[in-house]
Design a protein around this ligand. Structure first.
Ligand SMILES: Cc1cc2nc3c(=O)[nH]c(=O)nc-3n(C[C@H](O)[C@H](O)[C@H](O)COP(=O)(O)O)c2cc1C
Length: 223
């Protein structure tokens, strides 16, 4: 995907995680992105339970059943789509191409037009059918990005966890959130150059608990 997106479809399905959807919409709005929103009936039910005061802000709010909407056609220019949270039902529908509602149709269009589609699938545990659906979705072009907490970021609140998850998901569609810079290495890693590492560090690739973290693990300041 070239550059930052100007128009993005946000799908919200009925998995737990209303806060993720709300924050995604807020950050896209702050980034000046035109937001097209589709919310499933199950998502509205989940939202009513989890965040009854929440509002979903978007420039265009489409009806879940309106399969004639602009975003149902590949001729309508959209840069990317994110489904957050994504239920396993919606995952399965996208993987199988059964576009019986606008959310799944818009996702299908995103894939057929070879645009970026990010699915923040939320379920646990997962059975083989879920995993196979994730494989299929990946094979046809989607990115599976489950909303998982990052403990290295030392979150102090649920808001911190939500912000980190959403910032990582948005980075996948080219939206880079201020205050969430890329990981620069642990302080210990930053202090060393590759040339200063021992042969053992270069070849063995293992570390002890508390010895500085896994390769590529992010630092606290880089949430
Ligand atoms: C409070 C609540 C939490 C739910 N959490 C999940 C979840 O984490 N993952 C999931 O796949 N389904 C979850 N569900 C079930 C989905 O909402 C349900 O399967 C629904 O049919 C999904 O439809 P949709 O994909 O069209 O939104 C939850 C339902 C409720 C009411």
């Amino acid at each position: 995907m070239a550059g930052a997106p100007r128009r993005v479809v946000v799908g919200v399905s009925g998995a737990t995680g209303t806060a993720l959807a709300v924050r995604t919409l807020q950050l896209l709005g702050a980034a000046g992105v035109e937001r097209h929103l589709v919310v499933s009936p199950a998502a509205r039910r989940t939202a009513a339970y989890e965040m009854p005061e929440a509002t979903f802000d978007a420039e265009v709010v489409h009806s879940f059943r309106d399969i004639g909407a602009s975003i149902a056609s590949g001729s309508y220019p959209v840069d990317a789509m994110i489904v957050i949270p994504c239920s396993v039902k919606t995952l399965g529908a996208i993987a199988s191409g059964v576009s019986e509602n606008l959310l799944v149709r818009a996702a299908d269009v995103t894939l057929k037009e070879r645009r970026r589609l990010v699915l923040c699938v939320r379920e646990t545990p997962l059975h083989l059918g879920h995993l196979r659906a994730m494989v299929t979705a990946t094979e046809i072009g989607a990115i599976i990005a489950p909303p998982m907490p990052a403990f290295y970021a030392a979150p102090e609140s649920l808001d911190d966890v939500v912000d980190h998850i959403v910032a990582r998901a948005l980075s996948l569609i080219g939206v880079h959130v201020p205050g969430a810079p890329p990981w620069q290495g642990t302080p210990a890693s930053a202090a060393r150059t590759e040339g200063q590492r021992t042969e053992g560090e270069r070849t063995e690739g293992h570390s002890q608990v508390g010895s500085g973290g896994p390769s590529g693990s992010p630092a606290r300041p880089s949430r």
